[in-house]
Design a protein around this ligand. Structure first.
Ligand code: S3P
Length: 171
């Protein structure tokens, strides 16, 4: 654990199923920092689930809320933040993350992601087509942008403690 991790927020980015929340909670505990999850903060602020926000107001509205929530969360003292998979794709959100935090791309192969998200119904984008097609498309689209994160950590391994150790070793 370097000085940087004690001073700076850590933001986890990556596709659905990469383990952002699971790893984020563990990292926060190990670093003694508060943990936040942007999806949960948006749900609390709007009193709607992510799925309901997408259905009622559309994705653009969700992204605007996500932008505000992430800017607010990163304006205070250091935290560990798990973002929704699309957050880092928004140029404004990405700029805020890159200037105020250490960003970590949690990366895992599509079959692993697929395994983790199957049966989870709270991800509206996965309902647009079969999940493998969606994840393959999003991976192609997003990987070059996720690669702009400060660090890349492979999150293939389960249980998440191994990935947490790997992340702590490079932070
Ligand atoms: C999304 C990922 C979800 C959630 C929303 C959109 C995305 O978060 O923010 O459904 O665009 O990849 P997780 O990555 O935590 O599943």
């Amino acid at each position: 654990q370097t000085d940087a991790s004690e001073r700076t927020s850590i933001v986890l980015v990556g596709l659905m199923g990469a383990g952002k929340s699971a790893i984020g909670k563990r990292l926060a505990a190990r670093l003694g920092l508060p943990f936040h999850d942007s999806d949960l903060e948006i749900e609390a602020a709007s009193d709607l689930t992510v799925t309901e926000i997408f259905a009622k107001h559309g994705e653009a509205y969700f992204r605007a809320g996500e932008r505000r929530v992430i800017a607010r969360l990163l304006s205070g003292s250091p935290i560990v933040l798990a973002t929704g998979g699309g957050a880092f794709m928004d140029p404004e959100t990405r700029a805020v993350i890159r200037t105020r935090a250490l960003s970590v791309w949690l990366r895992a192969p599509i079959p692993i992601l697929l395994n983790r998200v199957l049966g989870r119904t709270h991800r509206p984008l996965l309902n647009e087509a079969d999940p493998e097609t969606v994840l393959t498309r999003l991976s192609a689209l997003r990987s070059p942008v996720y690669a702009e994160a400060d660090l890349i950590v492979d999150s293939t391994e389960d249980p998440p403690d191994m990935t947490t150790d790997a992340a702590l070793a490079v932070i």
